[in-house]
Design a protein around this ligand. Structure first.
Ligand code: HEC
Length: 155
């Protein structure tokens, strides 16, 4: 358990360093303000303003979202579509990604609530989806994960 925590902390600091490097090209040691700004939930709508964004960042990897999705603009698609700017984007609307028929018939734009429904149980949300993923069953985990997504897909 302690070892897992250490490993998670290592991954997190690596990702935070990447975010910081992307945010400023300056070589000075990472400032705590910048890290807080990059990972802060304060500006998000409730209940996400009370979420733990750093925990969400870890969950993105733990729940394997990161094996199938890139979040950075211009990073391209993986097995799943790039999620940069996904909030307010129409479902199945990214050009050049081969969505399933199930997704193409979804008539919605992604809100935090719709993403919550999707990741709770993708197969129930869109029967026939090619997002082969069981779901995140824990409500708090989903909240933290979505808060992280809101921060990381919008900058
Ligand atoms: C095994 C690969 C895989 C995993 C793991 C996965 N996804 Fe996906 N995801 C996909 C695929 C493929 C699609 C497109 C589904 C379709 O067309 O039916 C998708 C679609 C999405 C969409 C909608 C994108 C759009 O353009 O409409 C969101 C949001 C999303 N995934 C979030 C997540 C999150 C959050 C996680 C982790 C909890 C996750 N995904 C885990 C493969 C994956």
């Amino acid at each position: 358990m302690a070892r897992n925590k250490l490993r998670t902390a290592g991954v997190l600091s690596g990702v935070a360093a990447t975010l910081l490097l992307a945010a400023c090209s300056n070589d000075a040691p990472a400032s705590p303000e910048a890290a807080t700004e990059a990972l802060s939930a304060a500006s998000l709508p409730p209940p996400y303003n009370e979420a733990d964004v750093a925990a969400g960042e870890g969950l993105f990897l733990v729940h394997k979202c990161g094996s199938c999705h890139f979040l950075e603009a211009g990073a391209g698609n993986r097995i799943g579509p790039n999620l940069h700017g996904v909030f307010d984007r129409r479902a199945a609307s990214l050009e050049g990604f081969a969505y399933s028929e199930a997704f193409k018939t979804l008539d919605l734009a992604w809100t935090p609530e719709e993403v919550d429904r999707l990741i709770t149980d993708p197969k129930a949300f869109a029967p026939g989806t090619s997002m082969f993923y069981n779901g995140v069953y824990d409500e708090t985990e989903r909240k933290n994960l979505i808060a992280y997504l809101m921060v990381a897909t919008s900058n």
